[in-house]
Ligand binder design. Structure first.
Ligand code: AMP
Ligand code: ZN
Length: 124
């Protein structure tokens, strides 16, 4: 007699359809400038400014509206953005959360764009 495989009791840690979950898991390489237990930060593949880093919570949520349910994590994202700009630029920075498809969001795993220096001609 064969038994059916049991259902997993927890959701998978890595969403195979989410590119940033795969970067967090180390399955896709990234140029990391910061990592801690809650977030990672890495250089954007298509920089729009001399410093263009994405700060990404390790845990998947869709956008900054969902992230706001965890104010401490949201504050930590802002804090890390500030330290990345202090370390890799002159300290001042823009922080952009594209939220929703019509606002230009293309990766639906929340991330903050940290932009410093003169912006390239582009969307942001
Ligand atoms: P958004 O359009 O706000 O969703 O931003 C997604 C950003 O992720 C874009 O600026 C992309 O250039 C960037 N991006 C997508 N895939 C990668 C990757 N594998 N490594 C680094 N940046 C990426
Ligand atoms: Zn994800």
């Amino acid at each position: 007699m064969t038994s059916a495989p049991s259902e997993p009791s927890v959701a998978p840690a890595v969403d195979p359809d989410c590119v940033f979950c795969r970067i967090v898991a180390g399955e896709i390489p990234s140029d990391r400038v910061h990592e801690d237990e809650r977030v990672i930060a890495f250089r954007d593949l298509h920089p729009q400014a001399p410093l263009h880093v994405l700060v990404v919570p390790r845990v998947h949520s869709r956008d900054v509206r969902e992230l706001a349910a965890d104010p401490e994590l949201l504050a930590h994202v802002v804090e890390v953005a500030g330290s990345v700009a202090a370390e890799h630029a002159r300290g001042d920075f823009r922080l952009v959360f594209n939220t929703g498809e019509s606002a230009g969001q293309t990766v639906f795993h929340v991330h903050a764009h940290v932009l410093a220096g003169e912006l390239a001609e582009g969307e942001l």
